[in-house]
Design a protein around this ligand. Structure first.
Ligand code: NAD
Length: 419
C-alpha cells in the first residue's frame, strides 16, 4: 500500500520543496507557474473480465508533468494506494530526477489502482494491455516512455511494448524501458538503481568523511531497489545490520548475510523468519543504531514522528518521497546528510535512458559499458548537487531541486511559449 497509508499529500510535499528551490533561484514567474502544474493528466477506466467470469473496472492514470526537456519518462505503478496526487508527485519527481542527471527527458508517471498480488497472470496481462491501449495515444518513443515501478516488472513492460506495437503496426522497442533482454532491454537495467545507490554511498561517504568499513547500514524495503543495494553493500564488505519489507523487519548488530537472505527470500518471499537475524518491530527499524539509512520502500516513512530518534548520519533515499518536509527540517538541525531521491535513485532512469538509446540505435552495449557510464553519471551528478548545496548553503535536497529547476527553466526560456 502506498499513499492511503499515510497522511501527507505527495503532490503538496513535492510543491513545498519545488517552491523553496524556486524562491532561492529567483525563478521566472511564468516558468514557475508552468512547472507548478502537470502538462497533462489522464484518467482511464480499465474494464477487465476476471477469471471468475465477472467484470471489474479498474482506474488508471498517466500524468506528464513536463515535456520541456524531451520525451517524458516515468514508471507505471500497480498498487492499491495509487492516487492522482501520488502519480502527479511521482511525475514531477521524474522531471527533476532526469534534469539532475542531465538526461534529455521530461517527467511522467502512471499508476493503476489494483493489488497485483491478487491478480492472476492472465488478469494482469489483460489489465496491462487495456491500460496501454487507453494511454497509447500519449505514449511513444518520442512522446512518453514508461518503465517498471512498484508492483510492475519486465513481463508487464513486454506486454506494454507488444500492445503499443500492435496498435502502431511497428515493432516499437523504445516505447518502454525495463524490458526483458530479448525484447531490447539493456544489460545492467535490473541492478541499475541499487548500483546507483551504492555509487552515491561511496561519494557521500568520501565527501562527509564516513568510514564505510566500520559503518552499519539499515535498509527499509527488500524489493528491486533495496535487495540490489544490499547486495552491492554486502559484496563491498559494508555491514547491513537491519532490513525490512511489508511483512516485518529483522536486525543483527553483527551484520546480515545478504547472499543467504536473498536465497531465503527467493523461497519464502519475505525477510521475516530468516534465521540469521532477530525479528524486530518494523516501525522501530528506522531508529535502530546505524550510520547509514536507506529507505527503499514507499513514501512518507521518515516523518516528524520518528525523525528526532533516527541515529543515522547519512540517509540515502532509494524510494521516492520517503522523507516529509517536517522530517527534513528536524534532520537538518541534527546535521544528518540526506541524499535526496531525485539524485540517489536516479540510476534506474539513467540506464533506462541507455536502454532507449540502444533500442533506437539497434546496437547493444556490454554490461561493463553500461555500468561504467552509469557510474560516471552518478558521480558527476553527486558532485554537481553537493557543490550547488554548498554554494547556496542549502540542504542536498534543495540543492538538487535548484540544479534541476534551473536546467528546465533554461530550456523553457530557449523554447519560448508557442501561441
Ligand atoms: P518493489 O515492489 O520491488 O519493492 C518494494 C519493497 O518495499 C518490497 O520489499 C515491499 O515488501 C517493501 N515495502 C512495502 N511497503 C513497506 C512498508 N510499509 N515497510 C517496509 N517495507 C515495505 O519496488 P522497488 O522497485 O524496489 O521500488 C521501491 C521504491 O524505489 C519505490 O519508491 C520506487 O518508486 C523507487 N524507485 C524504484 C526504481 C526502480 O528501478 N525499481 C527506481 C527509482 C526509484
Amino acid at each position: 500500500m502506498t499513499t492511503s497509508m499515510h497522511s501527507k499529500d505527495p503532490w503538496q510535499e513535492m510543491l513545498k520543496r519545488f517552491n523553496e528551490a524556486a524562491r532561492r533561484l529567483d525563478l521566472d514567474e511564468g516558468v514557475w507557474k508552468i512547472l507548478s502544474e502537470p502538462d497533462l493528466e489522464l484518467k482511464v477506466s480499465i474494464p477487465v473480465v476476471m477469471d471468475h467470469g465477472k467484470l471489474e473496472v479498474f482506474t488508471g492514470y498517466r500524468v506528464q508533468h513536463s515535456r520541456a526537456m524531451g520525451p517524458c519518462k516515468g514508471g507505471i505503478r500497480y498498487d492499491m494506494g495509487v492516487t492522482l496526487s501520488e502519480v502527479k508527485a511521482l511525475a514531477a519527481w521524474m522531471t527533476w530526477k532526469c534534469a539532475v542527471v542531465n538526461l534529455p527527458f521530461g517527467g511522467a508517471k502512471g499508476g493503476v489502482i489494483c493489488d497485483p498480488s491478487r491478480l492472476s497472470h492472465r488478469e494482469k496481462e489483460v489489465l496491462t494491455r487495456r491500460y496501454t491501449a487507453a494511454i497509447s495515444d500519449i505514449i511513444g518513443p518520442d512522446r512518453d516512455v514508461p518503465a517498471p515501478d512498484v508492483g510492475t516488472n519486465e513481463q508487464i513492460m513486454a506486454w506494454v511494448m507488444d500492445t503499443y506495437s500492435m496498435h502502431h503496426k511497428e515493432t516499437a522497442a523504445a516505447v518502454v524501458t525495463g524490458k526483458p533482454l530479448l525484447l531490447g532491454g539493456s544489460r545492467g537495467r535490473a541492478d541499475a538503481t541499487g548500483r546507483g545507490i551504492f555509487d552515491i554511498l561511496q561519494h557521500a561517504a568520501h565527501r562527509y568523511h564516513l568510514d564505510l568499513r566500520n559503518s552499519r547500514v539499515i535498509i527499509q524495503g527488500f524489493g528491486n531497489v533495496g535487495s540490489t543495494a544490499a547486495r552491492y553493500f554486502h559484496e563491498a564488505g559494508i555491514k547491513v545490520v537491519g532490513l525490512s519489507d511489508v511483512r516485518g523487519a529483522i536486525y543483527n548488530k553483527d551484520g546480515i548475510d545478504i547472499a543467504k537472505l536473498r536465497e531465503y527470500v527467493a523461497k519464502n518471499r519475505f525477510v521475516t523468519g530468516f534465521a540469521g537475524a532477530e525479528a524486530i518491530d518494523a516501525k522501530e527499524l528506522l531508529v535502530q543504531p546505524c550510520d547509514v539509512l536507506v529507505p527503499a520502500a514507499i513514501e512518507n516513512q521518515i516523518t516528524e514522528q520518528n525523525a528526532e530518534r533516527i541515529q543515522a548520519k547519512l540517509i540515502i533515499e532509494g524510494a521516492n518521497g520517503p522523507t516529509t518536509d517536517e522530517a527534513d527540517r528536524i534532520l537538518e538541525k541534527k546535521g544528518v546528510h540526506i541524499v535526496p531521491d531525485i539524485l540517489a535513485n536516479a540510476g534506474g532512469v539513467t540506464v533506462s535512458y541507455f536502454e532507449w538509446v540502444q533500442d533506437r540505435a539497434g546496437f547493444f552495449w556490454p554490461e561493463s559499458e553500461v555500468n561504467q557510464r552509469l557510474d560516471e553519471v552518478m558521480h558527476r551528478a553527486f558532485i554537481e548537487v553537493a557543490d550547488m548545496a554548498e554554494k547556496n548553503q542549502v540542504s542536498l535536497r534543495i540543492g538538487a531541486y535548484m540544479l534541476a529547476i534551473d536546467r528546465v527553466a533554461q530550456v523553457h526560456k530557449l523554447r519560448g511559449i508557442y501561441a
